[in-house]
Design a protein around this ligand. Structure first.
Ligand code: AMP
Length: 183
């Protein structure tokens, strides 16, 4: 199965993504984790993206599209994959479809974890990641509304969107995702 999880910062997409990957035995492609790791390692990619990530801004589409293309060319993704935090813009979503077509693959479902803004802020502030400072968290939520929400319409139009109430307990969210995917 090939799925992506969409949701603002603090929506639980990382947690739910990991659970789903275990259940489906597929690798998780978390663009946020790949970028944070590159920053920690001080690699060329890390230097290139550091300012964007630290300020809660999106890394330019060209960089992200190249990163995803490289990742999907690795051998472990043949049986399926789950993307956490990708795509994040309408352009990324369209380019992902083009790329998958070239690879003879297809995205099965886009899962949207719907969580209110108040919950998003309080959940993110409970974590201790370096990009979880209050003003950065607020900026990331604003960026989600401006740049990522339009993708939801794109996937809805293509009848691939699975809306999940992300305000429920993690167990219930997990159960709803399984039911929605028919697994
Ligand atoms: P996340 O862990 O998914 O919340 O991502 C952390 C940060 O990485 C974001 O605030 C962005 O700066 C960057 N990032 C992650 N995924 C993407 C993406 N698909 N497009 C652009 N920037 C991204």
């Amino acid at each position: 199965m090939r799925v992506c999880i969409l949701g603002a910062t603090g929506s639980g997409k990382g947690t739910q993504g990991r659970l789903l990957c275990q259940a489906l035995e597929i690798p998780m492609i978390s663009t946020g984790e790949i970028l944070r790791q590159a920053i920690d390692q001080g690699s060329e990619l890390g230097d290139q993206v550091r300012t964007f990530v630290e300020q809660g801004e999106l890394v330019p589409d060209e960089t992200m599209i190249a990163l995803i293309r490289d990742r999907l060319e690795q051998g472990d993704v043949e049986r399926g994959w789950l993307m956490d935090g990708y795509p994040r813009t309408a352009f990324q979503a369209e380019e992902l479809d083009f790329l998958l077509e070239q690879l003879d693959q297809r995205l099965d479902r886009a899962i949207w974890l719907e969580v209110s803004e108040a919950q998003l802020v309080s959940r993110s502030l409970e974590r201790s990641r370096s990009d979880d400072q209050p003003e950065v968290v607020r900026r990331r939520i604003q960026v989600f509304h401006e740049r990522t929400r339009p993708i939801l319409e794109y996937y809805e139009m293509k009848r691939r969107l699975l809306r999940i109430n992300g305000e429920q307990s993690p167990e219930q969210v997990h159960q709803d995702i399984h039911q929605g995917l028919g697994i």
